[in-house]
Design a protein around this ligand. Structure first.
Ligand code: SF4
Ligand code: SF4
Length: 111
């Protein structure tokens, strides 16, 4: 039995640079505004004192095919490869699930 693969996004470290979006758009030739991943901005708003809500949350869309052709060639998904902050990890879901339990502000996608 082969492992199902996924992408773990540790958005605590996401800078909102949009490189993942652009890399996906260029790889697949998606139209402007479309793509396999979109980066959303949450905040900023003040919670209390010096504590602020301000995050960037990358989300996979229905146009993501998990970079199936790259996976067959033994390569990482192009969004993961181009992530400037190295906050995206590609691997077997069983391994990523262990890392997911480590701290908050992470999202795990099955491909
Ligand atoms: S895995 Fe591939 S298709 Fe999916 S968002 Fe990343 S670059 Fe786009
Ligand atoms: S490339 Fe990485 S750091 Fe930049 S927006 Fe995407 S997930 Fe965040």
């Amino acid at each position: 039995m082969t492992d199902t693969y996924g992408i773990l996004i540790d958005y605590h470290w996401c800078t909102g640079c949009h490189s993942c979006e652009i890399a996906c758009q260029m790889e697949f030739g998606f139209a402007i505004g479309q793509g396999g991943i979109k980066v959303f901005e949450i905040g900023p708003w003040q919670i209390e004192g010096d504590t602020w809500q301000f995050d960037f949350a990358p989300v996979l869309t229905d146009q993501c095919d998990g970079c199936a052709n790259r996976a067959l060639a033994g390569k990482q998904p192009t969004c993961v490869h181009h992530c400037q902050a190295r906050c995206m990890t590609y691997g077997p879901l069983s391994e990523l699930a262990i890392a997911l339990a480590d701290h908050r502000k992470q999202q795990l996608y099955s491909l």
